[in-house]
Design a protein around this ligand. Structure first.
Ligand SMILES: *[C@@H]1O[C@H](CO)[C@@H](O)[C@H](O)[C@H]1NC(C)=O
Ligand SMILES: *[C@@H]1O[C@H](CO)[C@@H](O)[C@H](O)[C@H]1NC(C)=O
Ligand SMILES: *[C@@H]1O[C@H](CO)[C@@H](O)[C@H](O)[C@H]1NC(C)=O
Ligand SMILES: *[C@@H]1O[C@H](CO)[C@@H](O)[C@H](O)[C@H]1NC(C)=O
Ligand SMILES: *[C@@H]1O[C@H](CO)[C@@H](O)[C@H](O)[C@H]1NC(C)=O
Ligand SMILES: *[C@@H]1O[C@H](CO)[C@@H](O)[C@H](O)[C@H]1NC(C)=O
Ligand SMILES: *[C@@H]1O[C@H](CO)[C@@H](O)[C@H](O)[C@H]1NC(C)=O
Ligand SMILES: *[C@@H]1O[C@H](CO)[C@@H](O)[C@H](O)[C@H]1NC(C)=O
Ligand SMILES: *[C@@H]1O[C@H](CO)[C@@H](O)[C@H](O)[C@H]1NC(C)=O
Ligand SMILES: *[C@@H]1O[C@H](CO)[C@@H](O)[C@H](O)[C@H]1NC(C)=O
Length: 511
């Protein structure tokens, strides 16, 4: 019986879908939507336009209606908050679509820049929401204004971007963007006006000689490719999938900065599967962890750690970056013996030095310790670059070493008695022994956990402010080595996105 059901189900759903004629779901002038009857459906029922809720917030957008959970593919005015009251409605008129606040008599266009009179609207089965004039010409379509997703049949034209959402449940502007550039190159960048230059790219197609008007296309077979203005395939990013016809596709720049092509069966009740990912390492998106923080692939999501001596801005949101956990040097009152330098090998940052010196690593550390303005430096190729903080866009670089000045004792709290010192010392010895025992047990279990212990121990030592840890200064933590400790990341080392990408940028945007 269940076999019969499984056999029939595909046919039922498929026949509903196949019977659909695109463009027949006309929405006439004067139609309204309220948060309580929240949608205009496409003919097949696959797509819906209207109000949706994310937590307590109300938003207006387009989503896959038949796929559970509902997947948002477009959001109107994503950064403008709607009042959460029920007294709001959407109204279609000759001027377009307006949001009307009933109590305040407010009216604002949902879609601005409409110059012609609208005759009707339609939620098409392609997922495109369209406004027509009386000659059935398209005046406006959601496919021309994508947010973080494109669908089959949709293209991203030169000069346009997809911008990630803050999270899966908040579709406001997030932190990463996919740019279809006028030079023909398709590039992933962190969202930040000063960062859309080649050196911040973390993924590219390398098609920067293809010229203007190259477009990114996704077809109904799940093939993702670049076409030039005369219709030539410049690059196939994915091949056609081997899946049967009954699949829908979407290309989304996810909130973690990775571009993914997803497929979903129309005949089975399952979840989205990933057909393609721009990166295999979740640490590739540049700036993922925010300021003064760096990414370690095997950490929990978000995979972020603070620099030594720093703590998370928000313990609950570890990708917001870190702040210093001790007061920095008082220059008038300097006492270099109260600071030490910790190094993180294999880690490099956006370079923003206030001083560049030719020194070996030991001399670089000593120089930073003596210089009360120095909070940290990047050492690489016999060059000591003393950095302005905060540090941003941390990334792997085998040849670099990040040196961070650690406060042994903040200037305000130096009246600690010897007695308390001893007590603290005893505490630390006890906890160290405990930790060591713990480590030995864990050591026997798995290599990944070994690494975790080291990170944990590492954090503990520094949060104790390094009072007795002369050796701490000499201890190096190899970022690359940590990656190697985990299977699967080995390949990333040395050819991380940045290294590869940086070389490939052209058109004078390269530094
Ligand atoms: C949609 O409405 C317009 C205007 O009323 C009409 O011309 C058109 O034929 C309708 N389309 C369909 C598919 O019903
Ligand atoms: C939805 O709300 C509007 C205005 O608040 C009301 O006029 C309408 O009857 C409601 N519709 C349903 C189906 O509850
Ligand atoms: C407004 O519409 C014109 C013509 O369609 C277009 O060139 C322009 O880029 C649009 N502006 C915005 C802000 O969308
Ligand atoms: C598109 O690509 C083809 C093949 O590489 C090339 O012959 C043609 O000139 C290109 N068109 C433009 C407008 O660059
Ligand atoms: C890209 O895909 C298209 C369509 O599948 C195919 O015709 C073309 O040969 C492919 N081009 C390359 C360079 O693989
Ligand atoms: C597409 O398939 C061909 C032949 O199997 C293969 O050589 C090519 O690398 C594939 N391209 C992509 C983008 O996967
Ligand atoms: C599909 O799955 C959802 C949740 O997993 C369930 O609520 C629903 O009943 C399922 N539908 C069918 C047709 O099996
Ligand atoms: C530094 O961090 C430790 C542990 O996270 C905390 O106990 C201490 O209060 C912090 N110190 C400052 C100055 O924030
Ligand atoms: C510097 O700090 C250390 C440790 O707190 C202290 O023993 C020493 O007397 C201080 N020296 C000066 C010149 O303040
Ligand atoms: C580093 O440089 C200093 C001063 O230039 C020198 O005394 C020291 O021997 C060098 N250390 C190494 C390991 O080369």
């Amino acid at each position: 019986m269940s076999a019969t059901f499984l056999f029939l189900l595909p046919f039922t759903i498929f026949s509903i879908f196949a019977a659909a004629q695109p463009g027949t779901s006309n929405i006439s002038l004067g139609s309204s939507l309220y948060p309580n009857n929240s949608q205009w459906l496409s003919n097949s029922g696959q797509f819906a336009f209207g109000f949706y809720r994310e937590g307590n917030d109300l938003a207006i957008g387009i989503w896959f209606e038949k796929i559970q959970p509902q997947t948002i593919i477009w959001t109107a005015n994503r950064d403008v908050k709607l009042p959460s009251s029920e007294d709001v409605k959407l109204h279609l008129s000759g001027e377009g679509i307006s949001v009307i606040l009933q109590d305040k008599q407010g009216l604002s266009p949902l879609i601005s820049n409409i110059t012609e009179s609208v005759a009707w609207a339609s939620m098409l089965d392609s997922g495109n929401f369209v406004l027509y004039n009386s000659n059935a010409k398209i005046i406006w379509q959601s496919f021309d204004a994508p947010t973080d997703t494109i669908l089959s049949g949709q293209r991203l034209l030169a000069g346009r971007n997809l911008v990630s959402s803050i999270s899966a449940t908040n579709h406001a502007t997030g932190r990463f963007q996919l740019s279809m550039q006028h030079d023909g190159n398709l590039v992933l960048y962190p969202v930040n006006p000063i960062s859309t230059t080649g050196q911040y790219a973390y993924w590219i197609t390398g098609t920067y000689t293809a010229g203007d008007k190259v477009s990114l296309n996704l077809d109904h077979n799940g093939q993702l490719y670049l076409l030039n203005s005369t219709g030539f395939y410049i690059q196939n990013i994915t091949n056609q999938t081997q899946l049967s016809d009954n699949h829908v596709y979407r290309l989304t720049i996810d909130s973690d900065g990775i571009l993914r092509l997803y497929s979903h069966s129309l005949t089975q009740n399952d979840s989205w599967s990933i057909e393609y990912s721009s990166s295999s390492s979740k640490c590739d998106p540049l700036g993922l962890c925010g300021l003064n923080a760096y990414c370690v692939p095997i950490e929990e999501d978000p995979p972020c750690l603070c620099l030594p001596g720093f703590v998370f801005m928000d313990q609950g949101q570890k990708d917001l970056g870190c702040r210093r956990n001790f007061s920095m040097v008082d220059c008038a009152n300097k006492n270099e013996t109260r600071y030490s330098i910790t190094d993180l090998d294999g880690l490099e940052w956006e370079d923003n030095p206030y001083s560049v010196l030719t020194l070996n690593e030991t001399a670089c550390k000593e120089d930073c310790l003596r210089d009360c303005a120095c909070e940290g430096a990047v050492y690489k190729d016999n060059t000591c670059r003393k950095q302005r903080f905060p540090l941003g866009y941390g990334r792997t670089d085998e040849t670099a070493s990040t040196l961070v000045k650690i406060g042994i004792e903040s200037s305000g709290t130096k009246t600690v008695s010897k007695g308390r010192n001893k007590q603290l010392q005893t505490d630390i010895i006890i906890s160290s022994v405990a930790m060591l025992t713990f480590a030995l047990i864990i050591l026997a279990i798995t290599g990944v956990v070994i690494y975790r212990y080291r990170v944990l121990g590492y954090k503990k030592i520094h949060s104790a402010n390094g009072w007795f840890f002369e050796d701490v200064t000499l201890r190096s933590y190899t970022y690359v080595e940590l990656e190697k400790a985990t299977k699967g990341f080995t390949d990333e080392v040395g050819k991380g996105a940045f290294g590869t990408v940086y070389k490939g940028i052209s058109n004078g945007r390269r530094e």
